[in-house]
Design a binder for this molecule. Structure first.
Ligand SMILES: [Zn+2]
Length: 64
């Protein structure tokens, strides 16, 4: 199992597709806020870890 996983998402502010790094060992479902690397706006993520340790972004919403 990898130590971290990247999950793709589309930024709700600028529409760019990016990847966010997730620790698959931390929890099966994780919620956190991280700034978009393109437009620097805060995004509220909900990420799910599947049985293979892959991360999937369930939601990427505006957090402002
Ligand atoms: Zn953005």
């Amino acid at each position: 199992m990898p130590l971290d996983a990247d999950a793709s998402y589309t930024c709700p502010y600028c529409g760019e597709t990016n990847y966010v790094g997730v620790d698959p060992l931390a929890a099966r479902r994780q919620s956190f806020i991280e700034d978009c690397p393109v437009c620097c706006s805060p995004i509220a993520f909900t990420v799910r870890i599947d049985g293979d340790g892959d991360a999937l972004v369930e939601q990427a919403e505006r957090a402002d």
